[in-house]
Design a protein around this ligand. Structure first.
Ligand code: NAD
Length: 247
């Protein structure tokens, strides 16, 4: 579905991002994964190469909150693969603190990665995609972007911003044939969730109509659809993949 395409996936070393990287590779794309540290990036690359040494993959670790660093990394990918078709802004951190204990610096950190880094990625790739005649930008939102959450206010705030950025850029960049969409996962079985006690997992899943959490592959499948030409007239959407948790 992505034969000949070149993609960047931020936060591609584990969890949902890693699953997106594998899925894009399996579907014929060349992929650059971005992670926070080169050491974890290299480990992810080793894992991918062990799976299939033929896959076209590279990895970098720019500071995503620093625009110049992001622009330099994006240009490096374009030079390496010769083009750039897809950006997946996936790196993100969450928060649970109550407002009474919320460190303003922690609020700033969450906005730096979950919002500013998304802007930086879009800003860096858009001119390249425009010059190439089009492209696809995908952002990772969350089910909490529709109704908030009762603690850790920085996280839902950042994901509301991601939706705003997605819808606005879809309108701004549609003229340049650049589609901009988001995927809003519900509770997904990443490393963080896998480490939770069984009792807690049951409690988390109880209110989900489908009665279970999502698998990273199920979220990656939504990214694959939106990245592919099957979604050629879909833009400005926030696609929920949450077992009807927010329906
Ligand atoms: P994860 O913690 O398993 O992976 C996060 C990824 O982001 C890692 O690759 C990590 O290297 C990268 N990252 C973290 N801090 C970074 C930084 N400062 N600079 C660069 N990269 C950094 O998380 P996940 O659960 O796979 O989440 C991925 C995305 O999905 C996030 O945007 C998250 O908000 C969103 N999401 C996750 C869930 C869930 O239940 N897991 C639900 C809704 C939305």
């Amino acid at each position: 579905m992505l034969h000949g395409k070149v993609a960047i996936v931020t936060g591609g070393t584990r969890g949902i991002g890693f699953s997106v990287v594998e899925t894009f590779l399996k579907n014929g794309a060349s992929v650059a994964l971005f992670g926070s540290r080169q050491e974890t990036v290299n480990k992810a690359l080793e894992k991918i190469k062990a799976e299939n040494p033929e896959w076209n993959v590279m990895g970098l670790s720019p500071d995503l909150a620093d625009y110049e660093a992001v622009e330099a990394a994006v240009n490096q990918v374009k030079e390496h693969f010769g083009r750039l078709d897809i950006l997946v802004n996936n790196a993100g951190i969450s928060a649970r603190e109550s407002l009474y204990e919320y460190d303003p610096k922690a609020f700033q950190r969450i906005m730096d990665l979950n919002v500013n880094a998304v802007f930086n990625g879009c800003r860096a790739v858009a001119p390249i995609m425009k010059a190439q005649g089009g492209g696809v930008i995908l952002n990772t939102s969350s089910m909490v972007s529709l109704y908030g959450q009762p603690s850790g206010v920085g996280y839902p705030t950042s994901k509301f911003a991601v939706n705003g950025l997605t819808k606005s850029l879809a309108r701004e960049l549609g003229h340049d044939n650049i589609r901009v969409n988001a995927v809003a996962p519900g509770v997904t079985r990443t490393d963080m969730v896998a480490a939770l006690p069984e009792e807690m997992v049951k409690r988390i899943c109880a209110p989900i109509p489908m009665g279970r959490m999502g698998e990273p592959q199920e979220v990656a499948n939504a990214f694959l659809f939106l990245a592919s030409d099957l979604a050629s007239y879909v833009t400005g959407e926030v696609l929920s993949v949450d077992g009807a948790a927010q329906a």
